[in-house]
Design a protein around this ligand. Structure first.
Ligand code: HEC
Length: 163
């Protein structure tokens, strides 16, 4: 009985040691690997294309048409929030130009990651606020937020996306 408890303890210790050793590989820490998958690069591009389409539709409805149909706008704004949640993880790992020529991401995303993350946070935050205002708040405030968010798209692209 005692020896089986002993064996269990030893094997748990070994498992614990091995998993902590693997969790901390330098490859993962540096963030400078080129092991993002091709699927993830395509998902990133497709997500932005989708965001572009839905954002334009939302802007047209709320800013240009001044629509008061909350439900119609909410379909777009909630879709945008969901789409934006995919993005941060898709920038965890560097994708080099050499390995992924179809990607327009600049290496500065990873060499200035803190600033990039800040712009990304701001973007997700704005989309959440727009969604909230459309749900129960002030539609003209939603419109102003949409225009501000559009400036954020350009600001980020100027620094972090190839032309
Ligand atoms: C925090 C930075 C950031 C913000 C904010 C941002 N983008 Fe982008 N966008 C990028 C980067 C980086 C790429 C390149 C992705 C790639 O190709 O790997 C990109 C790509 C795109 C693409 C082209 C897809 C491609 O890669 O060929 C479109 C369209 C686009 N963004 C639209 C928008 C719109 C519209 C907004 C705002 C509503 C927006 N983006 C906000 C960083 C951003």
């Amino acid at each position: 009985m005692l020896s089986s408890v002993y064996r269990l303890t030893v094997s748990l210790l070994i498992v614990g040691f091995l998993s902590s050793a693997y969790a901390d590989t330098p490859v993962k820490k540096s963030g400078l690997t080129t092991n993002i998958s091709t699927e993830d690069v395509h998902l990133r591009i497709d997500t932005f294309d989708e965001i572009d389409r839905v954002f334009k539709a939302l802007r047209f409805k709320v800013v240009n048409q001044r629509s008061t149909n909350r439900e119609g706008s909410l379909e777009y704004s909630s879709q945008l929030v969901e789409l934006s949640y995919r993005l941060p993880d898709l920038f965890d790992t560097l994708s080099s130009r050499e390995s992924f020529p179809m990607s327009r991401s600049r290496p500065e995303i990873w060499s200035q990651k803190a600033r990039f993350d800040l712009l990304m946070d701001e973007f997700v935050d704005n989309l959440e606020q727009i969604d909230d205002q459309i749900k129960t708040g002030d539609l003209s405030k939603a419109g102003r937020l949409i225009d501000e968010t559009a400036k954020g798209c350009r600001r980020c692209h100027n620094a972090y996306r190839y032309k």
